[in-house]
Design a protein around this ligand. Structure first.
Ligand code: XMP
Length: 508
């Protein structure tokens, strides 16, 4: 199989680059910049992409790489920091730009194989404070912007290309065509990577790694764990036991739905553990979101451990972790934004043969494509994401049984109206939140002092950024009306009009 190496210098969009390459049917793998050159040589890549990164190339503590990589005879594409690194490695000059560029900028392209079939002027996404003031020796400038005289350069003899902007980001108008040109016109790939191959390779890898051991998978009934279950069940059949921990923090009737779906549709061992009271007692008095997440995550694993404590061969522990779960938990140089439930460490007294995360390199839409290929029903594959800590992070502040019940009922009304109005499939995610707030209202002739419900609805491709959804007012009015009429102890409904960033999708 043809492979592209994405050499990771610590930027935010590293996996996105790999994803865009794979969207072009070429397999991409990511390795850290600390990977020895011998390994890169042995792997026989068709092309190498240097990613962006948060540092300055002239800061000696920032990630660098041996100049030999530019003499391997393998085409190279440098992006942002990767572009500056190539200039620096080839004797060019990188310095603080007089004007930093951030956001959408007009780019002018010169004649180049990389820019084949794209207009001379187009919009690109820039994010840099350093710039190349002198390109490296053997390089010619192939693109510029008003404030960046060398926004693209190349060395045709060595097949080395570099762009200051981010072609992997959808805001770059022809970014995907530029990557396609690199893959097909410069690296001469044939496009042999398709989802069937991913499934085939992953199933084979899982079989050889798991052998005759058992596997326990934490199944939430969401897309990720369901697809992980599908892959594992194809790989090892009934060596797989799916354990569904019903912590009482699911949406209305969800526990029963998950149980019904998995016992009827899949040939696997299914165990449901009902432990609502246990979770509620652990969450008593706890208000801090991070603490709640940690408690829910830790208890989740404890419950698993209790389930298998008496088993002789504990086997592997599997989970449906996907890429955004990793990046936002502080992988690489990215800052910790939230402690995601999936990434909480297994307590030291819990011993598994290992942890299996078959989807950890995939974005949500790739996971869905795999799910469809595996024959998992569309209702499940296209089900909207639900966070591991469940309603625990949608009841803001202390979680109580009463608040959970109010939230479940309100959320059910919202889901019902969204489905009736055809919004279910158009929105990436929508749900209700119960803030730790009561407000005054009037019902009939009486003053009320009751709960507030927040509605959150977003559109997004990858959950790294999101827009608040522009749901028509009449639908919002209907939802608000129904919630205040049908759900006891709610007298006010508000709509969240915050994008991510600066907000996150969940409120906690
Ligand atoms: P945020 O709130 O981080 O959410 O913008 C992005 C996506 O991740 C989901 N999410 C989680 N998923 N465990 C999960 O499995 C978690 O702890 C968690 N927190 C947020 C969120 O619902 C959205 O889809």
């Amino acid at each position: 199989m043809e492979k592209i190496l994405v050499l990771d210098f610590g930027g935010q969009y590293n996996q996105l680059i790999a994803r865009r390459v794979r969207d072009n049917n070429v397999y991409a793998e990511i390795l850290p910049y600390t990977t020895p050159i011998e390994k890169i040589r042995e792997n026989g890549y068709k092309g190498i992409i240097f990613t962006g990164g948060p540092n300055s190339v002239y800061d000696m503590s920032s990630p660098h790489y041996s100049k030999e990589i530019l003499d391997l005879g393998v085409p190279v594409l440098g992006i942002c920091y990767g572009c500056q690194l190539i200039a620096w490695m080839s004797g060019g000059k990188v310095e603080t730009a007089p004007v930093s560029e951030y956001g959408k900028i007009e780019f002018t392209a010169e004649k180049s194989l990389l820019f084949d079939d794209i207009p001379k002027k187009s919009i690109v996404w820039m994010s840099h404070t350093d710039y190349i003031s002198t390109p490296g020796s053997g390089f010619r400038i192939t693109g510029s912007t008003d404030d960046c005289p060398c926004a693209a350069m190349e060395n045709n003899e060595k097949n080395i290309y570099a762009v200051q902007f981010h072609p992997e980001v959808t805001h770059s108008q022809f970014g995907s065509k530029i990557l396609n040109n690199f893959l097909y016109k410069i690296c001469r790939c044939s496009g042999d990577w398709v989802m069937d191959n991913f499934i085939e390779n992953t199933v084979a890898k899982l079989r050889s790694e798991i052998g005759d051991k058992n596997v326990i998978l934490g199944l939430s009934g969401g897309v990720d764990s369901s697809v992980a279950a599908g892959l594992l069940s194809r790989a090892v059949g009934n060596q797989l036991t799916c354990v569904f921990v019903d912590q009482g923090l699911m949406r209305k009737d969800e526990g029963d739905f998950v149980e019904k779906t998995f016992t009827e549709l899949f040939d696997m061992n299914f165990v449901r553990i009902n432990c609502k009271n246990h979770f509620l007692s652990k969450l008593k008095w706890v208000k801090d979101p991070e603490e709640k997440r940690k408690i829910i995550g830790a208890e989740f694993f404890n419950v698993f451990w209790n389930e298998i404590r008496n088993q002789k061969d504990k086997g592997f522990f599997a989970q449906g972790t996907i890429y955004p779960d990793c990046i936002e938990s502080g992988k690489g140089d990215a800052a910790v934004i939230k402690t995601h439930h999936n990434r909480v460490k297994i307590p030291s007294d819990v011993q598994f043969a290992g942890v299996i995360e078959p989807l950890c390199d995939l974005f949500k839409d790739e996971v869905r494509r795999v799910g469809e290929k595996l024959g998992i029903p569309k209702e499940l594959v296209w089900r909207q994401p639900f966070p591991g800590p469940g309603l625990g992070v949608r009841v803001i502040g202390e979680v109580t049984e009463e608040k959970i019940k109010v939230l479940q009922e309100a959320d059910w009304v919202l889901r019902d109206e969204m489905a009736k109005n055809g919004y279910e499939k158009n929105l990436a995610q929508f749900f209700c939140v119960l803030p730790d707030v009561k407000t005054v209202g009037v019902m009939g002739d009486h003053r009320t002092y009751d709960h507030l419900i927040g509605i959150r609805a977003v559109t997004t491709d990858d959950f790294m950024t999101a827009d608040w959804a522009k749901i028509p007012y009449d639908i919002l009015a209907k939802v608000s009306n129904r919630i205040t009429n049908e759900v006891a102890h709610v007298n006010r409904v508000v709509y969240d009009i915050t994008s991510k960033p600066p907000g996150t999708v969940e409120w906690e």
